[in-house]
Write a protein that binds this ligand. Structure first.
Ligand SMILES: [Zn+2]
Length: 477
């Protein structure tokens, strides 16, 4: 007989709402409800924590103590709960029927699924009691997930969830030359920056969404939470259409699909994306990543050219002049394409050669989305203000307008915050007059929480205005 752990591993690619696996919400079980690379790595980290090299990881021995301090002094409970409540009124169904998943501290992967909370205090007390090494946010259900056991299965249906997007550096590994695996640097982070810019513009411009919360995943990716009411109410089919509309280059499991553009199908959204890509391609792809530096790298680029003769000419030329910079080689490639367009007799061939340059540029810099994350309302996603277990970094919001200046390497960690707050407390004597500062205000976490506060305030203001309008309308009748 299989244990629950083995059983769930076997079925890890199935719908996560597997009743026999998650049947007892109030019993802690060893299950693995999520299946993605990052989660696997996190699991391994916690399992192997004892052997972690101090220079490699921020969190090691004593990490749980630091995490406890973080939850006690820094986690923005109030704003966070009002965010998920989507109203300044007392906690309502949006919050109370929301599923949370906590991963318990310790070596084993113990998931506490189908948690839900009635009040901010209840949520806070449970976080402080459990000190979860990870918090995931799920959907809003028709009833309280914590009452799952006493409800009929049909009574607990997901009804709302932010539309979410996941961009991970994993999906750029096929050509990333500066780093590999879990490591990132300022150069490759630019790949994520361009992805944020394109996706942010598309979600706002093509769909009219306004409330986009971009969150650093704590290591080498970002999540986007689209919080507009319209987005939260999308059903799975609608989510699927949006994801496939935006998924020109597939990330995740469908990573290798290549972009094919044709004159007739060059949508305005792609034109806008291309304009952004044009701005960054030379610096990010040719200078920083040097994707034409050596034969192994340039072969990948040449594969996109739909003409054997052009490929051969460029390959021969570059072999003879391999020290030529990627920027120069790119100029060679563009010239070759332009002259072969003129020479092409078949109009279809001419068209594919004409679009080849754009296709290559899009292939490198168009956001690679893990569509599976976006298409299911029930999908769990790591919460903002969580702490990434292998870096110790806080999953802080990113301001899309300033994402170019966002440096993941200097994001506060639970240990840096611990040091900052201690330094502050040591050097400041308590003064009696004036407002006492929140702990976060004494640290480098402050701008992120202030941004989050403002973000949530804007959502709440909109709800308030909407309720006021409804009230006014009902008074007029
Ligand atoms: Zn790098």
């Amino acid at each position: 007989m299989l244990t629950i752990k083995e059983e769930s591993r076997r079925e890890s690619h199935m719908d996560i709402d597997e009743p026999e696996v998650h049947g007892n919400s109030d019993v802690d079980m060893i299950i693995e409800p999520l299946s993605n690379k990052e989660d696997d790595e996190e699991r391994n980290f916690w399992k192997n924590n004892a052997n972690a090299k101090p220079d490699k990881f921020e969190i090691e021995e004593g990490s749980m103590e630091l995490l406890r301090v973080f939850y006690k002094r820094f986690f923005p409970y109030k704003t966070y709960c009002y965010w998920l409540n989507y109203s300044i009124d007392p906690m309502n169904k949006s919050f109370q029927n929301r599923e949370f998943n906590f991963v318990k501290p310790g070596d084993d992967e113990i998931y506490m699924r189908y948690l839900s909370f009635d009040t901010i205090e209840e949520f806070k007390n449970e976080v402080l009691r459990v000190c979860p090494k990870k918090i995931d946010i799920g959907a809003v259900f028709t009833a309280k997930p914590k009452e799952k056991k006493s409800l009929k299965l049909s009574a607990l249906k997901p009804v709302e969830k932010e539309l979410i997007f996941d961009i991970d550096m994993n999906d750029y590994d096929e050509f990333r030359t500066c780093c590999s695996g879990a490591t990132i640097c300022e150069k490759c982070w630019q790949l994520i920056t361009v992805a944020i810019k394109i996706l942010d513009a598309a979600l706002k411009g093509d769909f009219g969404f306004k409330h986009l919360l971009w969150v650093y995943s704590g290591r080498r990716g970002v999540h986007c939470w689209v919080c507009d009411e319209r987005a939260r109410k999308l059903n799975d089919d609608e989510r699927k259409s949006i994801a496939s509309y935006l998924g020109v280059i597939k990330g995740g499991a469908q990573q290798n699909k290549k972009v094919h553009l044709y004159k007739n199908s060059f949508h305005p959204s792609l034109t806008r994306a291309y304009k952004i890509i044009e701005e960054y391609f030379e610096r990010v792809i040719l200078e920083d990543q040097e994707v034409l530096k050596d034969e192994r790298e340039w072969t990948k680029v040449l594969e996109f050219i739909p003409d054997e003769a052009v490929r051969r000419r460029l390959n021969d030329d570059w072999r003879e002049n391999s020290s030529r910079h990627s920027i120069e080689k790119w100029d060679n490639l563009v010239e070759e394409l332009e002259s072969s367009v003129k020479l092409a007799k078949n109009p279809k061939k001419a068209e594919s050669l004409r679009f080849c340059k754009i296709e290559i540029m899009m292939q490198y810099l168009y956001p690679r989305l893990d569509e599976a994350v976006s298409t299911k309302m029930i999908h769990l996603l790591k919460s903002p203000f969580c702490v990434h277990p292998s870096t110790g970094r806080v999953c802080v919001p990113i301001i899309p307008e300033e994402c170019e200046n966002f440096n993941p390497m200097i994001v506060p960690t639970i240990s840096s915050l611990y040091n900052e707050i201690n330094d502050y407390d040591r050097s400041h004597v308590k003064n009696d007059g004036g407002r006492s500062l929140h702990d976060y205000e004494k640290t480098s976490l402050s701008p992120y929480i202030k941004y989050f506060d403002k973000f949530v305030q804007n959502i709440l203001k909109e709800t308030l205005a909407k309720n006021k309008a409804v009230m006014q309308m009902s008074m007029e009748f």
